[in-house]
Design a protein around this ligand. Sequence first.
Ligand code: ZN
Length: 999
Amino acid sequence: MHDDRSLLDERLTRTVRQRIRPEVYGAAVPLTLEVWHAPGEPVPVAEALAASYEPAKVGDAWGAPWATSWFRMSGAVPAEWAGRHVEAVVDLGFTHPGPGFQCEGLAYTPEGKPIKGLAPRSTHLPVGRSVAGGEDVLFYVEAAANPVILDIVPFQPTELGLKETAGADPVYHVVKAELAVFHRDVWDLLLDIEVLNSLKNELDEREPRRWDIQRSLDRALDRLDFQDVPGTAALARAELVDVLSKPANASAHRITAAGHAHIDSAWLWPLRETVRKCARTFSNVTALMEDYPEFVFACSQAQQYAWMKEHHPDVWQRVKDKVAGGQFVPVGGMWVESDTNMPGGEAMARQFIHGKRFFLDEFGIETEEVWLPDSFGYSAAMPQLVKLSGSRWFLTQKLSWNQINRFPHHSFYWEGIDGSQVFTHFPPVDTYNSDLLGADLARASRQYSEHGKATRSLVPFGYGDGGGGPTREMLETARRSADLEGSPRVTIEAPSKFFATAEAEYADAPVWSGELYLEKHRATYTTQARTKQGNRRSEHLLREAELWATAALLKGFDYPYEQLDRLWKTVLLHQFHDILPGSSIAWVHREAEARYAEVAAELESIISSALSVLAGEGSETVVFNAAPHSRSGVPGLGAGAVDSGSAQPVSVDGLVLDNGLLRVALDSRGLITSIRDLVADREVLAPGTVGNLLQLHVDVPNQWDAWDVDPFYRNNVRDLVEAEEVVAVDEGKDVGAIRVRRAFGESTLTQVLRLRAGERRLDVSTEVDWQETEKFLKVAFPVDVHADRSTSEIQFGHLHRPTHVNTSWDAAKFEICAHRWVHVAEPGYGVAVVNDSTYGHDITRKARPEGGTTTTVRLSLLRAPRFPDPLTDQGFHQLNYSFVPGAAIGDAVREGYRINLPERRVPGAGPVAPVFTVDNPAVVVEAVKAADDRSGDIVVRLYESLGGRAKTVVSPSFAATSVRETDLLERTLADRCLADNGVEIELRPFQVLTLRFSR
Ligand SMILES: [Zn+2]
């Protein structure tokens, strides 16, 4: 037999494109168009229905970027179409090839009820399966002119990301608005061909099955009358019945297909547009469920449901009905699909608390699978938090984006820093937007690394981000692939069903211990510094507000339950995986900065009300310490007078600061030439180096500018050694201070370095007017410490990472995320660097020719990428960090809290006892709050912070009647024994414990 494959493939391609696809719709009549261009921001549907419309037509321009136009579309079904299947087809100007990321629409009935969304690959609206003929058709389309930000040539700087700079000219044209006869047979033929052809393309050319399909497709085309495709489609389909009915191989890979739409809560559009994206997609999928009873749609992010409840009650009702029917399936159990590198411990816990509680309250559903397909790496604190929230499983696929190393497993147990394990699945299909065609299904099977041990993987299908979710074509594809020779078996089912079966069949699944580091998007620890700082400030203000409001509650203060709930949800929303990481358009980040300022103002007001209740009437200076550790005689979580003790004053001799604990010398360039630890009697800086060295790198990644820093950024660095001013500043005898001013490029930077009496720590406060483009600003402390590994704070504990680059896995971690501190040490001596705003770090080491090792700790302060926000990080920034010589891990923990929780001084009567005292410094109180059920119970969450075992007594300052250990949602796990002095506890390394006290 001659090899005629390419000839046959070319025939199929042309026939499908030019003969079959154009015949899905037959006769058509235009709809009459009218338009109302809404001024300003989106309006409720009632307001739009009442607006005055003007005539419009196909071809008209509409939609300045971010504007909304409402179209009224009317017509009548021609009488001669009686008995036919008729649909409206609307193309708002879907010119970009992507399934979303451009204009979108939501169709409404004249009564204002949503019908379904309109997206590039879902352009139809139902009229009738078998029309009478002559009926009138009328609907409204809310058309959103979301501009294309990520274009065919990607990552170009654009002004479109901010309404003020996006321009006022329309960017779309109406392409089509008509009623048309839907040829179901042609559509079915098209789907038969696509399923078979895409399967065939994945099969080996020597396989009989491939040729079976090839010849059948060819025969099907032979049966088509090209002058009457609708009339002969059924004949063509008959030729395919046999190949479509051959069952899957006995050993075929099993796929759980879960309908999904990954809707980023903000990204290349503002938050308000996500509300509408959800309304469109949820309208689509609930409508589709009517036609496909087997269709299951997995939907994460409680926030998106809450938006429907608040803004789109009709959509919300449809969602509720379909949740009750088991087709619309809440997953994830988090408030949003957050970043997991940067949220603090308590905030990470609240993501689960608020997410899971929403699903429990609204639907009575306990979600058990954590769903984070797209976040940028996963903290090793998560397994414990997942378990403590009452969940069991974890899903992501993002590590398939690794630049260097291929992750070895697809189903495995993920073990966190405390030893907790959760069964985890990485869909080997490597996408969360599958179309379920042969290429995706075959890839899932081909890449699955567990063959022979396990049999199944999960494929999320559906277009996200405005693409409308799963389409009816995908559901037809799933039906055809359910049991098809050569294909994996495809079953549509809920993710929880997949997880239960997958875990049960794979009891000896491999274990991955530690973080799931994403070898990409490493600059997301730094980009959009003000957003990150807003998160850090908000987290600590929330801690303070809850702590002091709880203490005041015991004195009759009205605990602001509603307000704290709302403020937490605002902060949790902004931890979404394109907001906190800094990868959204300018609009999102400007708005985030404004929200954080409002959050701070409200929290400051709660704090000051609570403090005045606590301090009482009086003229003493009462110092409040919200940190878990005592400070200058003021107990942690309490208030009192500062005991300044008898610390030696700080001497300033030229550019040398000395407090008897440290002697810090600067040169005339404002660089630190020596940090002498007088307690340990050693020089801390490495020989021949300078400390607090600011370094400016050229930073132009190959792609994903806001997200990525590529390793070659290190090749081009400028040390900022020139100073405009280096001068000692008089701040009193308890502080020695030197101010350094520098100018570089278009930017200026002022730092004040301070040594304080009695403190073995150098504080550096920085103000910078940042006007650079595509630069990366770091500050370096090269220390004379031989460290194989660095230690970074994460949620409820810390993590070690190598300082060397032995393996490709080590080398790939050239930029790392840490919370309030990093630490490097050799036996007997360590150094910590703590911060109040920074997450990105890099820690490297170098052997010196004369012997010894220089370990260089660098903080990543600012970047200046140009996509998607062309003015990323431009302007003023203020941030603090401190250098702590002679620090053990416990010192790093304490100093990390300290720099983020400055004490507060208010006039009052006298000391305030801590709500709780804990007598072991290894045990750290992370949160003190009133119970969420408003029973008046008091909740404390604490953890073992050093990675060891710790015993302690937790003593409440109030009369408690009982104490229980609870999960994160404050549900009882066990009763605990309450003695006179409190409750005795023993914690495992990094164990998180929540105790609930009744009064
Ligand atoms: Zn995403």
